[in-house]
Design a protein around this ligand. Structure first.
Ligand SMILES: [Cu+2]
Length: 287
């Protein structure tokens, strides 16, 4: 009996250690399926708040086994387990618990620029990117125009982003682009990477500096920027980025992703939507 107890305690310790070392977090997700991709590897789900991870939102989730989405169709109400690991997030245990008509109103699209207010129109390729004032990770004032002369790859992130497939993926992609530029011995300054934080209340220059070091940003090639929140929002909106912050918690942010290539002349070359682009694609598209 005593031996059994010792064994159980040991097992519990081992189990706890495993959970910790695997760095895996699990959450319960409840929501409605809006769409399922043809390859059945991804479903867009309008879900409730995921306690401890993110507010209610609609976004795509992957499954590692397409069978998990067998019999799952738009309109289905589901519960699932969301597994978050350092470089990925995916669903398991997808269960249909009901069905409801899909809302007929189109979800708020981030593509539609508020037409009434001039200056908020989406930038088109070939158009000059408007200037904006930022502050870099060293606390130095950096107008966006100060990057002229370099081809700029620009993206928008916040350092507290909990979804490995969102902002942290942008950081990993930028690190890969930075590495490739080094491998190709691209001359310093030919291409510059710029990550703008849309969470300036948290992402102060010292926070960004620490984050930049953590993700391996070489300051010669990759700059993190913060600044005035409204100015950041106005600038980001021109690329089609939408950011919604919870009223009671500024760090509670729902956002889309936009990554852009801007020519050395300050004119927009291309905008990538979401997280589907690859570092290779961006490198191939560089002017
Ligand atoms: Cu994010």
């Amino acid at each position: 009996m005593r031996l059994y107890l010792v064994f159980s305690v040991l097992l519990a310790i081992v189990a706890a250690a495993c959970v910790k070392s695997s760095d895996q977090r699990q959450y319960t997700l409840q929501g409605q399926v809006i769409s399922v991709t043809a390859n059945r590897q991804e479903a867009t789900i309008k879900h409730e708040e995921i306690t401890g991870l993110m507010p209610a939102m609609t976004m795509p989730y992957k499954v590692r086994n397409p069978k998990l989405l067998d019999g799952i169709a738009p309109g289905d109400l589901i519960t699932a387990r969301l597994i978050v690991v350092p470089n990925d997030a995916y669903l398991t245990d997808v269960k249909k618990v009901g069905q409801a008509p899909l809302e007929t109103t189109r979800p708020v699209t981030t593509e539609a620029a508020p037409s009434a207010s001039a200056g908020f129109e989406l930038l088109k390729p070939g158009e000059a990117v408007p200037d904006a004032r930022f502050v870099d990770q060293n606390g130095r004032t950096r107008p966006f125009s100060s990057f002229r002369g370099s081809t700029v790859v620009l993206t928008f992130v916040y350092t507290r982003c909990p979804m490995p497939t969102f902002c942290p993926l942008m950081d990993r992609h930028f690190a890969a682009i930075q590495q490739k530029l080094k491998d190709d011995a691209a001359p310093d300054g030919r291409v510059h990477l710029v990550s703008v934080s849309f969470d300036p209340s948290t992402d102060t220059p010292p926070v960004l500096k620490k984050h930049a070091a953590k993700v391996g940003a070489d300051p010669k090639t990759w700059t993190f920027l913060t600044g005035d929140r409204d100015e950041i929002d106005r600038f980001a909106a021109r690329f089609g980025l939408s950011v919604a912050r919870a009223l009671n918690d500024q760090g509670d942010i729902t956002h889309t992703l936009r990554t852009a290539i801007i020519g050395a002349d300050g004119k927009l070359v291309k905008v990538y939507t979401g997280n589907e682009w690859t570092p290779e694609q961006v490198l191939a598209d560089l002017p």
